[in-house]
Design a binder for this molecule. Structure first.
Ligand SMILES: Nc1ncnc2c1ncn2[C@@H]1O[C@H](COP(=O)(O)OP(=O)(O)OP(=O)(O)O)[C@@H](O)[C@H]1O
Ligand SMILES: [Mg+2]
Length: 144
């Protein structure tokens, strides 16, 4: 991502279930600068996961304008044609519940995304290894 980082304007999300509706987000504004590290804290049910799922194109916002880098990705409708590529290439999630693939080792769990994006298997694994520079991560990948 380049340029302006992440900008969320007026994010609303209403979950509907039959006759009931839950307003999980009621107009959230948020800006994250490039390279800024932000932690989102709040009580259970306050909408943290909902915000990330909207930003990550996992669910549809009810209303919002969202900008990623220099690109408007949502403006009361998705503005990105290939949402799968957006999820795969531009937004990374570590989910609250772990969704590791049990028959893959640690390296291949991490390398799976570049593999799905068409990078050769060995090249994908090499990227994982070269990014795992802290010694405890090297240790984990070697031994798990
Ligand atoms: N799929 C859904 N259908 C209906 N309501 C939902 C759904 N997902 C979340 N909600 C409701 O939306 C609100 C926000 O939930 P959300 O999971 O985003 O909160 P959270 O801040 O991530 O909570 P936690 O800290 O427990 O993970 C809650 O009232 C929750 O019950
Ligand atoms: Mg959550």
């Amino acid at each position: 991502m380049s340029g302006k980082g992440i900008r969320i304007e007026g994010l609303r999300k209403r979950y509907r279930e039959g006759d009931t509706a839950v307003d999980a987000l009621k107009g959230v504004d948020m800006q994250v600068a490039p390279d800024e590290m932000v932690g989102l804290i709040g009580p259970s049910g306050s909408g943290k996961s909902t915000l990330f799922k909207c930003l990550g194109a996992v669910i549809d916002p009810t209303a919002s304008r969202m900008t990623l880098g220099n690109e408007v990705i949502y403006d009361d409708g998705w503005k990105v044609r290939d949402l799968r590529a957006l999820r795969r290439d531009r937004i990374g999630f570590v989910f609250q519940a772990p969704y590791l693939i049990p028959f893959l080792d640690v390296t291949d769990n991490v390398a799976l995304l570049p593999m799905l994006a068409g990078v050769a298997n060995e090249e994908s694994r090499a990227v994982v290894s070269s990014n795992a520079s802290p010694s405890h991560v090297d240790w984990s990948i070697d031994r798990l």
